[in-house]
Every structure is written in structure tokens, then in C-alpha cells.
Design a binder for this molecule. Sequence first.
Ligand code: G3P
Length: 223
Amino acid sequence: MELYLDTANLEEIREIAGWGVLSGVTTNPTLVAKEFAARGERLTEEGLAAHLRAVCEAAGGPVSAEVTALEAEAMVTEGRRLAALHPQIVVKLPTTEEGLKACRRLSAEGVRVNMTLIFSANQALLAARAGASYVSPFLGRVDDISWDGGQLLREIVEMAQVQDLPVRVIAASIRHPRHVTEAALLGADIATMPHAVFKQLLKHPLTDLGLKRFMEDWEKVKP
Ligand code: G3P
């Protein structure tokens, strides 16, 4: 399973890319808005384009950039514009009627599409039939309403395998490290997570304690 960052923050991307384990990045309108707000910058067409290009360079892999249009025609126009920014851009579309129409058109043009806001296996099936390259079921948001995000992911992964769907499954809306383990065990192709969760994947108190003891013992005898 590949590991992606779910962020629009360049420092976070550069840090994790530096570990040598980052395969890509996903963004959404909330994450981009947060990034520009944090920098006190007004979001402009040019500013967004420059930022997405920088994200691509830092990520070194696919970067999902989401459209904000709600109608198919406008989604296609926006999607084409996003895809033209950088070869690594994957256009993210919401799983709605209009999103499906736009997915069919953009994928026919060779644009890679990530269908997002997926909360059922049938939505994933529709997205795959519309030519999506990726589907993004939202584990955390399903768990948030006391449903089972793992069960949703299990169904989608199994359906993709049984039906031999040419689509990669991105476990999204990851909230904690157990979600990542669960997604890997269930056979997700990719898990995308916030920077804080990425850091948590690595941390273990026994690793820190063990290393401290190794160093202390070494200090006593080192030449
Ligand atoms: O980017 C899509 C998804 O990962 C959002 O996660 O935490 O806002 O539910 P979250």
C-alpha cells in the first residue's frame, strides 16, 4: 500500500518526502483554503496554479487537485485547466451525477480522475464505470457517524478485485494510525493521511527508550 499525505502544506510534504516513503499527495478545497488562510494570502488563479505546481515538485508523485465547480461542463473546463498545470496532477471530482459525467469526459481525454466523497460501494462502482483511475472512500467520516469505515473499504476493495475494476482504491479521511494498518490489511492501494498521522506511524515509546538505552550502554565502553 502506498502512503500519501492529505495536505496542501509544502513544509509537511517536504518533510515526509525527505523520509523517502511518500508516494503522492491529495488535496481538497478545505485543505487549500486552510493553507492560503494560514499564510494570509488571498486565493487567486495564478497563486493556486503556482502552489499546486510546487506541491507536485515536492510530492514527487501524483497530486489530487479538486475542482470546485458543481456542473459537469464547468468541472470539465476546470479539470482540464488543473491537469494542464503539471503532469502529476490527478483531477478530483465529487461523486455526484455531474461528477460522473465530467469523469467520463475527462478520463476519455486521458486525464486521470480521483472520485471523492465516496460513502458506498455502489458509488465506487459507478465511479469506476465512469472511467475513474482512483476512488476515495472516506473511512473517518463514516466512523464519525458511528458506522463502519473499515466495512466500507472492505466492500470496495473486494468489489474491485472480484470485478477486476481498473481503479485504485485510496483509503481517505484517515484519522489515526490504526486506520492505516486496517487499510493495508484490507488491501487498499493507497492510504492518504494528515501529517500528524504520518508522524504517529513512526513513533513508538519503546523505540525511543530502546535507542536511549543502546546509546547509554555504548557511552560506557566506547573507544
Ligand atoms: O481529502 C479527503 C479526505 O481525506 C478528507 O478527510 O479528515 O476531512 O474527513 P477528513
